[in-house]
Design a protein around this ligand. Sequence first.
Ligand SMILES: C[S@@+](CC[C@H](N)C(=O)[O-])C[C@H]1O[C@@H](n2cnc3c(N)ncnc32)[C@H](O)[C@@H]1O
Length: 218
Amino acid sequence: MDQNKIAYWVKRWDDNNTGWHRSEAHINLVQYFDKLTNGKANVAVYFPMCGKTLDMMWVYEQGHSVVGVDIAEKSVKEFFAENRVEYEVTESKTNKLYQSKDGKIKIYIADIFKFTSDICGKFESVWDRAAMNALDAEDRKRYRECTKGLLAPDFSILLALMQHDEPTGPPYNIPTEEVMEAFSDMCDVTVLTVREDIGLSLGPKKMKETTLLLRPKK
Ligand SMILES: C[S@@+](CC[C@H](N)C(=O)[O-])C[C@H]1O[C@@H](n2cnc3c(N)ncnc32)[C@H](O)[C@@H]1O
């Protein structure tokens, strides 16, 4: 990602300008979690562009593992501090890793576009909330390719997509059809639910949220 865009997000964290952050686990993650894990135990759930979302804590508390990636180190420090999870930090040439002492929460400080399966393998479960929405149209294409490269054969992606009528972002408006088309080569896409007004003040006056399930194409 270009340095200006990275600087934009780092500054938002530095300024505590993080209106997207929620104080509880996302209702649709909880509601559709079985579809994300396919009922399996001890799954590693991937959280692209994770911020300090409490969704990670909720998944961890269900006994699963968490792998998050964010470019802003402050978000990761705050996640561990606010949730009182003890952690250790290791650093390699390409990224810095914060992980809980039990190894079940791993959060990489890395650019999503450089986060490949060499770093942490492939994933069966991906939760994207406000990640794709944070990217402009050009970066969304790259994001989709990166995400596809991280998927294990029997994957499930739960995608909570913010939608609105305004031309600017973030959050950018992403029509459901865009996702259906972009993933049509490898996914069957199902609309699970639409919430008409999510009541989040993030710029657009009114936002709806469509939650999608993406599974391997049959
Ligand atoms: C709108 S927030 C959503 C955070 C989280 N998914 C949530 O629901 O609270 C977008 C996040 O993406 C991170 N981000 C932006 N560009 C990134 C990039 N290229 N690589 C990794 N993280 C990035 C930002 O730092 C920010 O935390």
